[in-house]
Design a protein around this ligand. Structure first.
Ligand code: XIL
Length: 382
């Protein structure tokens, strides 16, 4: 038995009841089904998801679902360095443009993700980029890409996942391809890798209206690894501020689990909320940028799996949205049909993951209701 309800039931029944209550005596004809976008908008919170441009081009049902549901979009891959740069001298903008146009036509906000990441780099990166030309390559890239979408981007994930404490570098930075060619002098106190400084300064110069965000994962939990990573990320943000490096927000990816490897429901709260409060006190905003809830360690029955995922959506979002610094919630995809999780660390029993608000048939599942209720339950942002 599925926990989800069919689209017709959802539009015709559950939603109308709530809407009538909210509308008082106004006519039913004006009723609009609740959406992720409207639930967020009612509280001044931007709510949306990551988009597969390939699916957007080819799957009309997916396109329709996005049109109905989301107020902010980000490309799953199309704005990344590798997909944009088939060769050192050429750019491939078709997919990124396609999403930018879609967002514009539907009055959705658009996020940019990302200029710097250690994954999805082009094959030519390693042999072409050297300590000698790295700065120029990065500046050129940001000038070209940020310049093309200037004025159309709500926020850029300028640098993604630059912290990896276990790599053992000063400051907890990741020993990434960019670090290796443009790390700068790590012996100085208050060290910020040069590529991070160059990326943020260039992004600000080229698109001064876009919010500039540092984005990372593994900073959500109460475990020791998360606590250490949070400390390193906060150290980076503080040092950036003290050095006048432009920065407007922290992206908390929020790839989380319904149930952990140990069979227990993970706790998200104290450490995460302390970090968010600290980030707020620095005058920065917080965005939940890539939320999904994997059900990898929940037994195969769909009912309990969906219930566990929904419970986590409710408790996680209910918690983080208590802090008014959190201004946006994006899930990493919207339908299980295209979740990246099935391509990565999938379930071992061959079942597909169900981590998103809509199932693979694009019917809302319990997680949808949980997300909507969490957004509606948040205090209004000013
Ligand atoms: C993922 C995409 O969803 C996949 O399609 C791609 O193959 C790999 O990247 N953290 C991030 C995102 O910041 O860019 C990643 O997106 C998911 C993890």
């Amino acid at each position: 038995m599925r926990m989800g309800i069919s689209r017709r039931e959802f539009v015709g029944r559950g939603v109308a009841v709530g809407a009538v209550a909210a509308m008082g005596l106004r006519g039913l004809a004006e009723t609009k089904p609740v959406s992720i976008r409207s639930a967020g908008a009612g509280r001044g919170i931007l709510a949306g998801c990551a988009v597969s441009v390939r699916a957007l081009r080819n799957d009309p049902a997916y396109k329709k679902l996005l049109e109905e549901q989301v107020g902010i979009v980000v490309a799953e891959s199309s704005f990344k360095f590798g997909p944009l740069r088939p060769t050192p001298d050429t750019f491939f903008f078709d997919d990124a443009d396609f999403l930018a146009d879609f967002a514009h036509e539907n009055r959705m906000k658009l996020r940019g993700h990302n200029f710097v990441w250690h994954r999805q780099l082009p094959v030519w990166f390693e042999s072409y980029v050297t300590p000698k030309n790295a700065k120029q390559v990065l500046v050129d890239h940001i000038e070209r890409v940020a310049g093309r979408y200037k004025g159309r981007i709500h926020s850029w994930d300028v640098v993604n996942e630059a912290v990896q404490v276990s790599d053992g570098l000063p400051g907890g930075f990741r020993n990434s391809p960019w670090q290796k060619v443009l790390g700068g002098n790590s012996a100085v106190s208050e060290y910020v890798p040069e590529y991070i400084e160059v990326a943020f300064r260039t992004a600000r110069r080229v698109d001064p209206k876009a919010m500039l965000v540092y984005n990372d994962y593994g900073i959500e939990g109460e475990d020791e690894g998360s606590a250490k990573k949070r400390a390193a990320v906060l150290g980076l943000l503080r040092t950036m501020q003290s050095q006048g490096i432009p920065l407007d927000g922290l992206g908390v990816q929020s790839h989380i689990s319904a149930v952990g490897k140990d069979g227990k429901v993970p706790v998200y709260g104290e450490g995460l909320m302390a970090m968010i409060a600290e980030v707020r006190s620095m005058g920065l905003k917080v965005l939940v940028t890539e939320m999904d809830v994997n059900d990898r360690y929940v037994a195969a029955d769909v009912g309990p799996r969906d219930a566990a995922v929904a419970a986590m959506y409710g408790s996680y979002l209910g918690t983080v949205l208590e802090d008014p610094a959190v201004i946006a919630v994006l899930t990493w995809g919207i339908t299980d049909k295209y979740t990246w999780l099935n391509g990565e660390d999938s379930r071992t029993d061959g079942e597909k993951e169900r981590p998103l608000p809509f199932d693979a048939e694009m019917r809302p599942v319990a997680a949808f209701g949980a997300e909507v209720r969490a957004l509606q339950g948040a205090r209004a942002r000013s």
